[in-house]
Design a protein around this ligand. Structure first.
Ligand SMILES: Cc1ncc(COP(=O)(O)O)c(C=O)c1O
Length: 372
């Protein structure tokens, strides 16, 4: 099965193979893996010794909640920049924790407007949270400009880099971010089960977290002291992540990003040639996941397309937009343009099976696809 999804995603056999042996969580070989993973994570975003990579058991949202609860004092004021479901989730988590939170919300197809952010920063929020790549659509927010505005205003920037970390450029020192959050199962191409926060060590304080298991200060203190996780670690996932991070180093972050960009170009050109429309303008589209309007060639249904592809060994993803019926196709994971072309050929077969009529204007282009 090939997963054209934003994670869990298609992993390399070598990554899956790392899970074929057992590790005891307190033995030296597993502690060495944990240390290696933490060091490599710092390297991915250029962090120095002033930062620490703190892994947690659980999916990405666990790390988002851990970061908000561990980094923002109750006396703080958090401004969340929202243009999709993951920004809205940050607001929801902050409310449940009981933080003083407000949001700057814009359309799901528009990047965060930096001018409006600068205006809001005049009222002196202590912290700002933003989603780097909004996986709701695949939109890339202007992180450098946002970070510069936050630096100028003295606000601590917390970046949800869940679906960009390891592929899009992200230099935590140059950005001056307080923390970056991500997980094992997206652009790092590991399996799901570990999330992590890379944060400035001096941003943590004992006793601040609202939670026992999501307390980053306590987790870091134990990792520093003994090299161990406080609670049972997902040993197989950590072993797979170590291999995934070695693979990233061998490929190079820039080459990985270029591969994803090539995947995206192949996909979007191919889908447009088949009569599908993207929700985002190319200018704001990150090479992570593309969103298509469900209204495509006539006679087809997105449910039929999904089922037909699944039967052929490909998974695509449902839409998450609030304003339109859409579906999404991810371009990250251990996949290249060859895989994308095979997906497009499978889409042609399914469209032909569904007897879809292309809305492609030119006969020559129509003939190149499977639909009539
Ligand atoms: C940008 C972003 N933030 C947060 C999350 C939440 O991660 P999880 O579903 O792993 O908890 C996701 C998941 O897709 C995401 O894409």
């Amino acid at each position: 099965m090939r997963l054209f999804t934003p994670g869990p995603l298609t992993t390399a056999p070598e990554v899956r193979g790392a899970m074929s042996r057992d590790y005891a969580s307190r033995e030296a070989d597993f502690l060495a893996l944990t240390a290696e993973v933490r060091t490599r994570l710092l390297g991915v975003c250029g962090a120095t010794d002033a930062w620490a990579a703190i892994p947690l058991q659980g999916s990405g949202t666990f790390a988002v909640e851990a970061a908000l609860g561990s980094l923002i004092p109750r006396t703080g004021r958090l401004l969340v920049l929202v243009n999709g479901a993951y920004g809205r989730r940050i607001v929801q988590i902050a409310r449940v924790i009981g933080l003083n939170v407000e949001s700057l919300e814009v359309d799901e197809t528009a990047p965060v407007p930096v001018g409006a952010l600068v205006e809001r920063l005049a009222s002196r929020p202590t912290h700002v949270a933003v989603v780097h790549c909004e996986t709701t659509t695949g939109l890339e927010n202007p992180l450098q400009e946002i970070a510069a505005a936050c630096r100028d205003a003295g606000a601590g920037l917390i970046v949800d880099a869940m679906s960009s970390f390891g592929a899009l450029p992200l230099d935590i020192v140059a950005l001056g971010a307080m923390a970056v959050i991500a997980s094992s199962n997206k652009c790092l191409e590991g399996v799901p089960g570990v999330s992590f926060v890379i944060t400035r060590r001096d941003a943590l304080q004992a006793g601040r977290s609202h939670s026992v298991v999501l307390d980053l200060h306590a987790q870091l203190a134990e990792l520093d002291r003994s090299g161990e996780w406080r609670f049972t670690p997902p040993t197989h996932v950590v072993a797979a992540l170590a291999v995934a991070l070695r693979r990233l180093e061998a490929e190079g972050r820039e080459a990985r990003c270029a591969r994803y960009r090539q995947n995206l170009r192949t996909l979007v050109d191919g889908m447009r040639a088949r009569g599908f429309r993207t929700v985002l303008d190319d200018a704001v589209q990150a090479p992570v996941i593309a969103t298509f309007y469900s209204s495509g060639p006539s006679g087809y249904s997105s449910a039929g397309l999904h089922a037909g592809l699944l039967a052929r060994g490909f998974t695509i993803y449902p839409g998450k937009l609030t304003v339109a019926d859409t579906f999404r196709i991810g371009v990250i994971g251990a996949l290249g343009p060859v895989d994308v072309n095979e997906l497009l050929r499978a889409i042609d077969e399914v469209l032909a099976e569904l007897q879809a009529t292309c809305v492609i204007p030119h006969a020559a282009d129509r003939a190149a696809t499977g639909c009539r």
